[in-house]
Structures are given as C-alpha cells and as structure tokens.
Design a protein around this ligand. Structure first.
Ligand code: ATP
Ligand code: MG
Length: 275
C-alpha cells in the first residue's frame, strides 16, 4: 500500500550504519509505522548501486517470520536507494547487549532457534546472508528476534570510518572468508560462513563481550584478522551447559566442510529447549 516515498512521513532517526541512515517513518494514509533505510551512493559507486538494486528485487520476495520484511524499495532523484522495512521496536541485539551485557542461556537458545530458522529459509532460497552480527539481528515489540539486512549491509560506502566499519563486520567473518587461500582454496559456498557468524554472536551473548580473547579492549585490525585466521582464540566458557558448548562448537568448526549445516543445527537439543 506504499506507492511512493511521499506517502511516508519521517518521524525520527533510528540510527546510522555504513553508508546509510535508518528512520522511523509513518504512512500518511494508514498511519502504520515502518523503518526506512536510506543508502547514499556517490558517483563512483554506480556498479555497487546496481548490485544493491538487483539484490533489492530478491529482498522483496523474502517472506519469513524469522526475517525482517522489506515491503518496498524506491530510488530517489539524488541517487539514493530507500528500503521500507518492518519496524522492529526494540532495536538490535547489539543495543540489547550494551544494556544487559550478558544474556541467560535460555534466552540465547531462543535467539539461536530463530536465527537458525531464518537462515534455513534464506539458504533454502539460495541466499547467503553474509553479514550476521548483533546489529543485524533485530527485536520487535513482542521480543521476537529476526534477521535483517542481507545483501544490503555488506556494501561499505565511504561515509563512516571505513576501517571501523570493516572491523565491525570482519569480526564475525569465518576463517574461509577472511583468508580463502588458507582455508579452502577459495571454494566455500558461503552458507557455512553464516553458521560461523551465528556461533560468534551466540558466544558473545553468553559471555557479554566479543569472544576473541587476548586482544584487549580495542584490538587492532591486524590482530583481529590474525586471530580469526589462526582460529585459536575463541574460548567457550567452562560454565556453559554441555548443549550450548556442543552447539557453538558445531558453528565454530574451523573447516567449513565439517561445520554444522542449518538442517543439522535445527535438530540440536540446544535450540529445542523451548518449543
Ligand atoms: P551495517 O551498515 O553494517 O549493517 P548497522 O547494522 O549498525 O551496520 P544499519 O543497518 O544502517 O547499520 O542500522 C542502523 C541502526 O538502525 C541500527 O542500530 C539498527 O538497530 C537500526 N535498524 C535497522 N533496521 C531497522 C528496522 N527495520 N527497525 C528498527 N531499527 C532498525
Ligand atoms: Mg544493519
């Protein structure tokens, strides 16, 4: 029912990401509330823009209760791309972790179940998310977690500090994405990369901080990349339940060929605690 951008009235700024701003908006006719993500592209970014526009077509066909719904995509005269999305009232898991710091295992179990089901849906459509991280897992008014931003957020347009932006995303990347030569000769399909990222996110939820140890408060770029490549520094706490430990170990298997698939993970007891 949203025919053009002029149907929407901007209410507030929700936040900023790489190359874009997210607004809370209202449909003037129906007064329904949505989130509007506006991505800016400079003249040099025509190719990337085209790529995003193509991905936007796929995005509109995605329809799952575990994935944030994209209702419409608009171009502006200035060259921006605007995505009208379901508004997720309670923000992201990133915001939640800043307030609550650590989440109880039962909550982490429910998050894991929803994200795995969302990934099963996307992977079933041959879509690799490519950027699973706390700021892309959003929470609605009912407290339900959904996956947001596939395809849209992986493009870094030089607005924010590029290094910082890349750190934010690389921190959750699988070894085979960080160093394809070393980890698979460049053959990984990408699906298992999403599973790795989920493992890092779940560990972060449980321990309350980014789970690579020994890197200090503000790790530098090289140290972070090395740590992921060497794959030696992800520590699962001894105090976690055996279910949690075995689930996360299946996600954080360094060799992507041996890593758990979404179908396997959906049968794991850790995600079947609360049905
Ligand atoms: P990246 O650009 O790498 O994805 P990011 O996820 O932090 O980084 P955005 O996706 O642009 O950046 O999101 C900016 C902010 O807007 C985030 O804090 C996110 O929680 C919020 N946000 C994004 N989409 C929605 C939505 N549909 N409903 C509510 N809040 C949203
Ligand atoms: Mg995002």
């Amino acid at each position: 029912d949203i025919e053009s951008l002029s149907d929407l009235e901007k209410l507030t700024v929700i936040g900023h990401g790489n190359g874009g701003t997210v607004y809370k908006v209202r449909n003037r006719k129906s007064s329904s509330v949505y989130a509007l993500k506006v991505l800016r592209f400079d003249q040099n970014a025509a190719v990337i823009r085209h790529q995003v526009a193509c991905e936007a077509e796929i995005l509109k066909r995605v329809d799952s209760q575990f994935v944030v719904k994209c209702l419409a995509v608009f171009d502006t005269i200035g060259g921006d791309l605007c995505f009208v999305m379901e508004h997720m009232e309670k923000g992201s898991l990133y915001d939640e972790l800043r307030v609550r710091v650590k989440l109880p295992e039962d909550v982490v179990s429910v998050i894991a179940q929803r994200v795995v089901r969302g990934l099963q849906y996307l992977h079933g459509m041959q879509i690799v998310h490519g950027d699973i991280k706390p700021s892309n897992l959003l929470i609605n008014g009912k407290g339900e977690v959904k996956i947001a931003d596939f395809g849209v957020s992986k493009i870094v347009v030089g607005t924010r500090n590029a290094c910082e932006a890349c750190m934010g995303t690389c921190a959750y990347m699988s070894p085979e994405r960080v160093d394809p030569e070393r980890w698979d000769g460049g053959n990984a399909d990408g699906f298992s990369g999403d599973v790795w990222s989920l493992g890092v996110v779940l560990l972060e939820c449980l321990v309350g901080h980014y789970p690579l140890i020994g890197l200090g408060e503000k790790p530098d770029w090289a140290a972070l990349i090395c740590a992921i490549c060497l794959g030696e520094r992800l520590e699962i706490p001894e105090t976690a339940s055996p279910d949690f430990r075995s689930f996360v170990r299946r996600c954080l298997e360094k060799d992507w060929r041996k890593r758990g698939s979404v179908d396997e993970l959906l049968g794991h007891p850790f995600v079947n605690r609360i049905l």
